[in-house]
Design a protein. Structure first.
Length: 279
């Protein structure tokens, strides 16, 4: 197996690269500085040059506001890149792993979303990601679509994830407001990377998979757990997700669960490990 990781400097790309290093798996990492993936010719040439047996696509414009602010670029990156990859992979008998998101759901489910639930996105981010899921499924026979929730973990680029942002704010501020009605399954990117490798190495059936740590939690209780683990003094103030305005509707409850894979460890255990290892 020889893996080409696209978007390798992001959180999940970094985790997948680390897993490959630890397990002696051949891989090539490409970031935006290495390739302009919206250029289909450049993309095809890179794949021909490196000749992978697996492509893992971690490229995305993530988040509601960035996608609403530039809908065309969101469509190019979140939809057209996966479509081009699906065509190239299918033509060259390459397995494509496409990373999707819980944001394809409308957030009205009090329970977990599984692979059987119908996706109904509320915004451009969710819509562009869902269209990619559909195109990859239709265009590439050897595909895995992996939907993930909000993740935490190290990353090689300069972006800052939710956990690290909360840590920074709790160290700098006397209090912060956090939504107690927004529900998620916060997940360690390292655990997602390990599960993707498990799927690939065990030749699991092609199709759609949800990968998330076990359990679900409100953002307020999640941040409270971070505060408790790190023994921080910042006061947490309960708020509603609607208090934090966005350029488009936001799904409120997007906890994920897989019907196809064995449960991963609980998010609390994963969080404790990440915070203990975090530099």
């Amino acid at each position: 197996m020889k893996i080409l990781i696209l978007g390798s400097s992001g959180m999940l790309g970094t985790a997948i690269e680390n897993i490959c290093k630890e397990n002696g798996i051949k891989y090539i990492s490409l970031t935006h500085s290495d390739i302009e993936a919206t250029n289909s010719i450049e993309l095809e040439n890179a794949i021909k040059k490196h000749n992978p047996t697996v492509i893992i696509n971690c490229i995305a414009i993530v988040g509601i506001n960035p996608c609403e602010e530039d809908k065309i670029q969101a469509y190019k990156v979140n939809t057209l890149i996966p479509y081009e990859l699906a065509k190239i992979a299918d033509t060259n008998d390459i397995t494509l792993v496409h990373i999707s998101t819980h944001a394809v759901f409308d957030g009205n489910n009090d329970d977990f979303y599984t692979e059987d639930d119908i996706a109904e996105p509320l915004n451009i981010y969710g819509a562009t990601k869902l269209e990619a899921d559909i195109l990859v499924q239709k265009r590439c026979k050897k595909h895995y679509i992996v939907r993930v929730p909000t993740m935490f973990g190290e990353r090689r680029n300069n972006s800052i994830g939710f956990v690290d942002k909360m840590l920074l704010w709790m160290q700098e501020r006397s209090n912060i407001r956090v939504a107690d009605d927004k529900i998620d399954t916060p997940t360690y990117s390292k655990d997602v990377a390990k599960e993707i490798m498990y799927i690939l190495q065990n030749n699991k059936k092609y199709g759609l998979y949800h990968i998330a740590n076990s359990g679900k939690v409100s953002y307020f209780d999640f941040v409270a757990k971070i505060k408790d683990i790190k023994n921080l003094q910042c006061d947490l103030i309960r708020a509603k997700d609607s208090d934090f305005k966005a350029l488009a509707p936001k799904p409120l409850k997007t906890a994920l669960l897989s019907k196809k894979l064995e449960p991963l460890r609980h998010w609390e255990d994963a969080l404790k490990e990440y915070l203990s290892e975090r530099i």
